[in-house]
Design a protein around this ligand. Structure first.
Ligand code: AR6
Length: 182
């Protein structure tokens, strides 16, 4: 699905984030920044050891990455020049600030991209895998946050959401239709 939100092309697709050609892709990382399963594992496998080396350097320089925050490395062997490692919240039922933390993960990723002059970026569905955040609720937060960010900052040519499963793709597509008709 393709649409415009302000001047930014919004694309919602089903696919593998490691194969995207946007200038940056976002990783659903954890605070340790040293790899893991899911998107994290796939990005480190496809991008090669350089990404982990840069993550280790960040650990030495600034320590762990708090939940809701993000850091940036190069893309190693990926098509993307950059990987933005965002740490989403673990879902504990919704009363521990999970919504705000997820929103922060998206805002901080977009802010880092803006600081680095990045014009195109792909997001996975942060926190909805191993971290068990409900996907419908996460999709509304993700899409609303991007929508608001690009309405204030016109520098992104494209923001892409890359959903692994068809069911997640449909959830995101429906959420966007709900948001844009409001
Ligand atoms: N491309 C796009 N989406 C993918 C891919 C891929 N290659 N692989 C999985 N997904 P998760 P989280 C989807 O668990 O919930 C890791 O171990 C997946 O189907 O990757 O934020 C980290 O190290 C799901 O919809 O991220 C952390 O410890 C979504 O990406 C922890 O998991 C997110 O699932 C983070 O958990």
């Amino acid at each position: 699905m393709e649409d415009f939100t302000s001047k930014t092309l919004l694309r919602i697709i089903q696919g593998d984030i490691t194969e995207q050609n946007t200038e940056a892709i976002v990783n659903a990382a954890n605070s340790e920044l040293l790899g893991g399963g899911g998107v994290d594992g796939a990005i480190h496998r496809a991008g090669g050891p350089q990404i982990l080396e840069e993550c280790k350097l960040i650990r030495v320089q600034q320590g762990k990455c708090n939940t809701g925050n993000a850091v940036i490395t190069g893309g190693g062997r990926l098509k993307s020049k950059y990987v933005i490692h965002a740490v989403g919240p673990i879902w504990f039922g919704g009363l521990r600030g999970e919504d705000d933390l997820l929103r922060s993960a998206y805002i901080n990723s977009l802010s880092l991209a803006k600081e680095h002059g990045i014009h195109s970026i792909s997001f996975p569905s942060i926190s909805t895998g191993a971290y068990r955040f409900p996907v419908k609720r996460a999709s509304l937060i993700a899409l609303r946050t991007v929508n608001e960010f690009v309405s204030l900052y016109p520098g992104f040519k494209e923001v892409r959401f890359v959903l692994f499963s068809e069911s997640d793709y449909k959830v995101y597509e429906n959420s966007w239709l709900e948001i844009r008709t409001k």
